[in-house]
Structure formats: C-alpha cells, structure tokens
Write a protein that binds this ligand. Structure first.
Ligand code: CA
Length: 242
C-alpha cells in the first residue's frame, strides 16, 4: 500500500516536473521570440524606407580606429576577426587596393570593428589590439596588419595566440610602446568595454559573417569582390559630388 502511494506520488511528481519543464520551455521560447521581434524591428527601423539595402543610421565610430581623411565622403567599415582566415586574405589582398585607390586620396575613411566569432583567441587578440590602440593610436594600423600577418604565418587554429607573442609583435611594430602596461592591460582585460561596444554593433547591424564590409551603410554581398566594392564607392562618390 505504502509502495503504491509512493508510486502515485512519484507519478504525480513526474507529471509536475514535466509540466514545469514544458512551462519553462515555452517561457524561454517566448522570451527568445520577443527578443527576435525586437531585434528585427530595430533593424527594419534602421533600413532606409525606399532602399532596404542601406542602413539609414551608420554605426557610431567614436572610440574606433579610423584611418584616412575624417571628412571623407565615404566611410567603409570592416567588421573583422583577427582569427578569421578570410579576414586575413581581405587584409592582404583587398585592403591594399582600397588604400591605394581611395583611402590615400582622401575619398574613403576606413574603420575596423572587432568581431569575436572565434571565441577565446579572438577575444585575447582583440584585447591586445584595442590596448595598443588606446596606448599608441598612431601605430595602431601597423599592429593591426602584424596580427593578420601572424595568422598568415601560424594558421588560424589559434594555439599561437599567447600574451608573449602579442607582446613581441607590439615590441616589433609599435615604437615606444610600454610593454609592461600593455601586458597589464591584456591580462586585466582593460579594453573589455571597447569589445562590448564592438559586440553591440555586431548585433545591432546583424553581422553574421566575417569580414562584413559596410560602405556608407551598404553591405556588399561578397566582401571579397573588389569590383563590387569599387562600384558602390564610385556611386557614393558621384552622388556626393552632385
Ligand atoms: Ca573597437
């Protein structure tokens, strides 16, 4: 009898548990759906009504490394990850052409926003990059290129991303850097607020792949197609000059 009662209790507990699990499952689902709707709505609001391919409001670039003429009529933002192999190829093949054709002429300003799709290594390397930018902004781009060169040399698997190597690259490419300060900044994650800002931009602008390139709010479908990038820039420059 006692055992039957206990079995009944068990069954009833099990039913309660599965009911609770279902409720939790539905609640999590609803919260997720609500978050998705809010995100979609925010994105829709930020697309131009007559041109859904263009974000009306550009990402705010305060506190971001920006190269070139700050009054340039065109702004190109790369959302990139130092651990992403395609970003490395972009940096070594597309970026030099972009620099020669448009950044050096003052037509385009170029900004880089960190994406952390490769987890811990992306975070460590981005913390170093942001800390170098904070300490020696005038040498930031040399360090930025050196980080991609290091990936080209060591591969994107990531074991090579160590504090020692990040410091050695700074010593080599950032004249006058205070290495002890840099080490402290990397270890203490001093630049974490900057990474949070970058991650918020990644979410806000629905960046799903790296690199993602944005030209005056327009995202070309294939960031590796320099002809397409050129077409968009030229169109923007022409519109600007009219
Ligand atoms: Ca940043």
């Amino acid at each position: 009898m006692a055992s039957k009662q206990s079995q009944k209790r068990k069954r009833s507990n099990n039913q309660n548990n599965s009911g609770m699990r279902l409720l939790i499952f539905i609640t999590i689902g609803l919260i997720g759906l609500a978050a998705l709707l809010v995100a979609l709505n925010a994105m829709k609001d930020n697309r131009e009504a007559n041109n859904p391919d263009r974000f009306a409001e550009l990402p705010k670039l305060e506190g971001q490394p920006v190269l070139g003429n700050s009054d340039a009529p065109v702004t190109l933002i790369e959302f990139g990850d130092y651990m992403c192999p395609t970003c490395m190829v972009w940096d070594e093949t597309i970026y030099p052409q972009l620099y020669d054709d448009y950044v050096s002429t003052g037509d385009v300003q170029f900004a880089f926003v960190n994406v952390l799709f490769h987890g811990e290594q992306s975070q460590l390397i981005s913390l170093a990059s942001e800390s170098v930018f904070a300490q020696a902004p005038e040498h930031f781009w040399e360090y930025h290129d050196a980080l991609f060169d290091a990936q080209a040399q060591h591969g994107h698997a990531g074991e090579w991303v160590t504090v020692d190597l990040l410091l050695a690259l700074a010593e080599e490419h950032v004249p006058g850097i205070d290495l002890a300060q840099l080490e402290e900044d990397i270890v203490n994650q001093t630049a974490m607020p900057e990474l949070v800002t970058d991650m918020n931009l990644v979410n806000e602008y629905d960046v799903r792949m790296t690199p993602t390139v944005m030209i005056n709010g327009i995202v070309p479908k294939n960031p590796m197609d320099y002809a397409e990038i050129k077409r968009i820039i030229d169109r923007e420059l022409e519109a600007e000059s009219q």
